[in-house]
Design a protein around this ligand. Structure first.
Ligand code: PA5
Length: 442
């Protein structure tokens, strides 16, 4: 096996005869709408051919910038939220040593601007005060409050620690080509910048400099990541092996059969943030017009001891999509013990992963028996190229699925509601009417 594969057998057997096949024409139309660029949100389709169109020059430039930061800095803080954060975090976590945070080897990539936690920012600043650090600040709009606060604080700290000129050499801004406060600030301060293409929305931007620079700073192979995505792009667009279409069609058939919640399951803790990235991709793309599959995620077997009960016997409105990693990087064998006081000798000599795989199989059988349809995606191992494939697979499926659902998968109008209230409550200039209205409600 040298590519990711999708198995939908269990899901099909949970559907009424014909439920999957009858959706095929709608799914085909949705795919055509995506590829021809004739659907809603078609000014945000830059991601569709992004992997194959990413130039070797851009990748080399990103690698050179990453190398410069790695040489100068013990820590690089990637500042961003939502699509300007989750893709990089997901790939870095999937490829990193689980204890990288405690080993302090090479250049550490930390994140900020993904929350407004005062203690988080205080503790980050405290951690950085005796360290050589740099900043990659990422905001497509250039005006998002959370990253702007983090950047204002960390920029000031960096300038105090190394002086304004050196700080400017250690700050990279990734933003719109011409618009937004971050673009003006970067121009004013003379920062190195990268552009987020106009036609690529935040949650589809992991394969632009948004994801590629932090991933390269963390020491991973961005060329392989993009090459893997390009492989999946070809398979999808040529239509010979369109697993994205199959996945989109299956999840919509399940949704129409009353399965309103999709749980993305992993059996490898390194994929926790992949689940977070996936939730953002599908949640922001599909949850509109009072429609959309609710995307949830769990880490098994950990969460079998918390959410397992609900999944097995709770309301039957869920289905699972399991990501299964075939090969692990390391080999750990369970030892034999003469006393056998823990009763574990029956698995002595087996690899830990063999036990994990049996947990996966046993859970799948139990959940299918319990009325939870199940899809399975296998990935040969956690490597840059396969992660690139997986990213493109989910992105393409998301676009197709959104069109099957008949929503615009590429906007996020609902995200503005909390911002309006927050600005009104903080009495931001220009929000006077909203401030008066919200105060009347309090
Ligand atoms: O997918 C999206 O568009 C959003 O999640 C954005 O990525 C997020 O809101 C951050 O926006 P920006 O990059 O403009 O700061």
């Amino acid at each position: 096996m040298d590519k990711i594969e999708l198995n939908i057998e269990n899901a099909l057997s949970a559907l009424k005869p014909g439920a999957f096949d009858s959706l095929a024409p709608v799914a085909q139309d949705a795919f055509k709408t995506l590829v021809s660029g004739s659907g809603a949100g078609n000014d945000f389709l830059g991601w569709v051919k992004l992997p194959s169109e990413t130039s070797a020059e851009l990748l080399a430039d990103i690698k050179a910038t990453a190398e410069e930061l790695r040489t100068k800095c013990q820590v690089v803080v990637a500042i961003g939220i939502g699509g300007s954060y989750l893709g990089a975090k997901a790939v870095i976590e999937a490829l990193s040593n689980s204890f990288a945070a405690y080993r302090h080897e090479g250049c550490e990539v930390l994140f900020a601007g993904q929350n407004i936690g005062e203690d988080y920012l205080y503790e980050l600043s405290d951690y950085l005060k005796d360290r050589q650090f740099g900043i990659v600040v990422i905001s497509k709009s250039g005006t998002t409050t959370e990253p702007a606060i983090a950047f204002r604080l960390l920029k000031e700290q960096l300038e105090k620690q190394v002086g304004r000129d050196e700080a400017a050499r250690r700050i990279v801004a990734i933003t719109d080509e011409s618009k937004g406060a971050l673009r003006s600030l970067a121009t004013e301060e003379g920062y190195k910048t990268y552009v987020i293409p106009d036609n690529v929305g935040g949650r589809f931007s992991v394969l632009t400099p948004v994801g590629l620079l932090p991933i390269a700073v963390a020491g991973f192979d961005i060329e392989a990541l993009v090459a893997g995505a390009a492989r999946m792009e070809r398979a999808t667009l040529e239509g010979k092996d369109n697993t994205s279409l199959t996945y989109a069609q299956t999840r919509n058939a399940l949704y129409r059969a009353g399965k309103k919640i999709e749980i993305l399951v992993n059996y490898n803790p390194k994929l926790h943030y992949f689940g977070e990235w996936w939730k953002q991709l599908y949640g922001e793309s599909e949850g509109k017009d009072h429609k959309g599959i609710y995307p949830a995620s769990v880490d098994f077997s950990t969460d079998l001891h918390s959410m397992g009960q609900w999944i097995q016997e709770g309301e039957r409105t869920i289905f699972e999509t399991v990501i299964s990693v075939i090969e692990q990087k390391h080999n750990v064998v369970i030892p034999s013990d003469n006393a056998n006081l823990d009763g574990l000798n029956y698995i002595a000599g087996k690899r830990v992963d063999e036990v994990n795989k049996m947990a996966e199989l046993g859970t799948r059988i139990a959940h299918v028996d319990g009325g939870v349809p199940n899809m399975r995606i296998t990935i040969p191992c956690l490597r840059e190229d396969y992660l690139g494939e997986l990213i493109y697979f989910f992105e393409a499926a998301c676009g197709i699925s959104g069109y099957i659902l008949d929503v615009n998968p590429f906007n996020q109008p609902g995200v503005e509601a909390y911002k309006r209230n927050m600005f009104a409550l903080l009495e931001k200039p220009g929000y006077e009417a909203e401030t008066a209205a919200i105060k009347a409600k309090l």
